[in-house]
Write a protein of this length. Structure first.
Length: 395
C-alpha cells in the first residue's frame, strides 16, 4: 500500500492480527498506517470492542480508531476447518500479533514456538497483562486494572489526594499499543538486517512502568515522598471569565514576561515571588494573585495575548473546539473516513505516517468478516482444502 508512488515503510509486510480490544489492535493499526497488510481474525460476532456500550450511529468509536485500514475475516477457531485456515494464513505472514490468555494460542496451534519453528523469520508478538512468566499471568487485565496496579492512579490523584483513573481515554491500552508497535517495528528491521525473526511480549504492566519511569525514579530517590504538586510556579490551570487557561512557565524570563503582560510586574519585588524557589514555596499565594487578574478576560482572550509573546498559555479546549482550531491553524491532523452506513467520520492521521488518503487502497473500517473471499483468493499457492463452514460463510 503506497502513498502515490512513494513506498511506505511497511509495504509488503503481512500481519496476522489475532488481537481484540484496544492494545493489540492499536499496535496493528499503526502497522497498517505505515503500509502493512493487516488481516484481522475476528470471532463469530466480531471483536468484542465493536459491541462496546457507547455505540454512535451503530458503531463503537474505539473500534473504528484501532481497526481502520485492516482486512477483516471472521473465523470460528473452535471449528477445525476454520482453524486450519488461520494456521495456513499464518504461514504466509511476516508478523503475528496475539492477545489471548496464556495457553490459548498454543492449544490452537498458533503459538510462537509452533509458528516460528516452521517460519524462523517470523516476528511474533504477544500482548498480555502481566506477562506469561509472572505469578499474575492468569489474572484478567483491562485498562482500569493496569492504571490501578502501576501506580498511575496515585500519580493522577486529585487535590485531596484521592487516586483517580484517567477516564474516557484508555491510557494503559494505548500506551501498550504504542510500545508493542515500536517493538514489532524494531524486530522487523532486525529481520531485514540479520535475517532472523523474534518472539516478543509486551505487557500492560511493563508499558505503564516505562511510561512512568520519571515518577518511578523520583519516588525511589525520595523514599516515596514525591507529591503531585506542579514542579514550577505559577504553572497551573486557572479559571477565567469564561473557560480555563493553562499556564506553563518554566524559566525566570518567562515568569517576568507573564507578570508584565498581566500588569503585575511588581510581584517580582515581593520576596515571596522573586525567585523560582520562593515562588514554588508560596505557590498557593501566587496562584490567588494571578487568578484574580485572569478573571478580567476569557481564556481565549488571554491565549491571544500571551501565546504570541512566547508565554506558554492555552485555553482548555473541548474536542469540537480542538477540531475547529486544528483546521483553522493549519495543523491538518484530521482526514475523513467514509462509513457506508453512518456517514463521514473523522480519521486522525498517525504522526509520522503518510496521509491515509492518496494510497492505492483508500482507508476503510471493515465490516466483520467482509474480506474473507479476498484473503482466500490470495492463497492460491497454498490451495486450502474445501471447508463446508467456510464455503457457507462466503457464499
Amino acid at each position: 500500500m503506497s502513498h502515490n508512488s512513494t513506498p511506505l515503510a511497511m509495504d509488503g509486510i503481512r500481519v496476522l492480527d489475532l488481537t481484540q480490544g484496544i492494545a493489540g489492535p492499536y499496535a496493528t493499526m499503526l502497522m497498517a498506517a505505515h503500509g502493512a497488510e493487516v488481516i484481522k481474525v475476528e470471532p463469530p460476532g466480531g471483536d468484542w470492542i465493536r459491541n462496546a456500550r457507547n455505540q454512535i450511529r451503530g458503531h463503537a468509536p474505539a473500534a473504528i480508531a484501532v481497526n481502520v485500514g485492516k482486512h477483516s475475516i471472521q473465523l470460528d477457531l473452535k471449528n477445525p476447518d476454520e482453524l486450519a485456515l488461520a494456521q495456513r494464513i499464518a504461514q504466509t505472514c511476516d508478523v503475528v500479533v496475539e492477545s489471548y490468555r496464556p495457553g490459548v494460542v498454543e492449544r490452537l496451534g498458533l503459538g510462537a514456538e509452533q509458528l516460528c519453528q516452521d517460519r524462523p523469520t517470523l516476528v511474533y508478538c504477544s500482548v498480555t497483562g502481566f506477562g506469561r512468566d509472572s505469578e499474575l499471568r492468569d489474572r484478567p487485565v483491562i485498562d482500569h486494572v493496569a492504571q490501578a496496579y502501576s501506580g498511575w492512579m496515585h500519580v493522577n490523584a486529585n487535590e485531596s489526594g484521592m487516586p483517580q483513573r484517567t477516564r474516557n481515554v484508555v491510557l494503559a491500552d494505548q500506551i501498550t499499543g504504542l510500545y508493542a508497535y515500536q517493538a514489532i517495528a524494531s524486530a522487523v528491521l532486525r529481520r531485514f538486517r540479520f535475517g532472523t525473526g523474534q518472539q516478543l511480549e509486551v505487557t500492560l504492566a511493563g508499558a505503564m512502568a516505562a511510561f512512568l519511569a520519571p515518577r518511578i525514579i523520583s519516588s525511589a530517590l525520595s523514599d516515596g515522598k514525591v507529591g503531585n504538586a506542579e514542579f514550577t510556579a505559577p504553572t497551573g490551570d486557572y479559571p477565567t471569565r469564561q473557560g480555563t487557561l493553562v499556564v506553563a512557565v518554566q524559566k525566570p524570563a518567562d515568569v517576568e514576561k507573564l507578570f508584565a503582560l498581566l500588569g503585575r510586574v511588581e510581584l517580582l519585588q515581593d520576596a515571596r515571588f522573586s525567585t523560582p524557589a520562593s515562588r514554588l514555596q508560596n505557590a498557593e499565594a501566587l496562584r490567588r494573585e494571578l487568578a484574580a487578574v485572569l478573571q478580567a478576560r476569557t481564556a481565549a482572550q488571554w491565549e491571544q495575548l500571551l501565546a504570541p509573546q512566547g508565554v506558554m498559555a492555552c485555553e482548555a479546549r473541548d474536542i469540537p473546539h480542538f477540531l475547529a482550531s486544528q483546521h483553522s491553524d493549519g495543523l491538518d491532523l484530521i482526514e475523513t473516513l467514509a462509513l457506508p452506513d453512518a456517514g463521514p467520520c473523522p480519521l486522525v492521521r498517525v504522526p509520522g505516517a503518510a496521509p491515509w488518503h492518496g494510497r492505492r487502497t483508500p482507508p476503510r473500517f471493515p465490516r466483520v468478516g467482509e474480506d474473507l473471499q479476498h484473503i482466500l483468493d490470495g492463497l492460491d499457492a497454498i490451495d486450502p482444502p474445501p471447508s463446508t463452514a467456510i464455503d457457507q460463510r462466503i457464499a
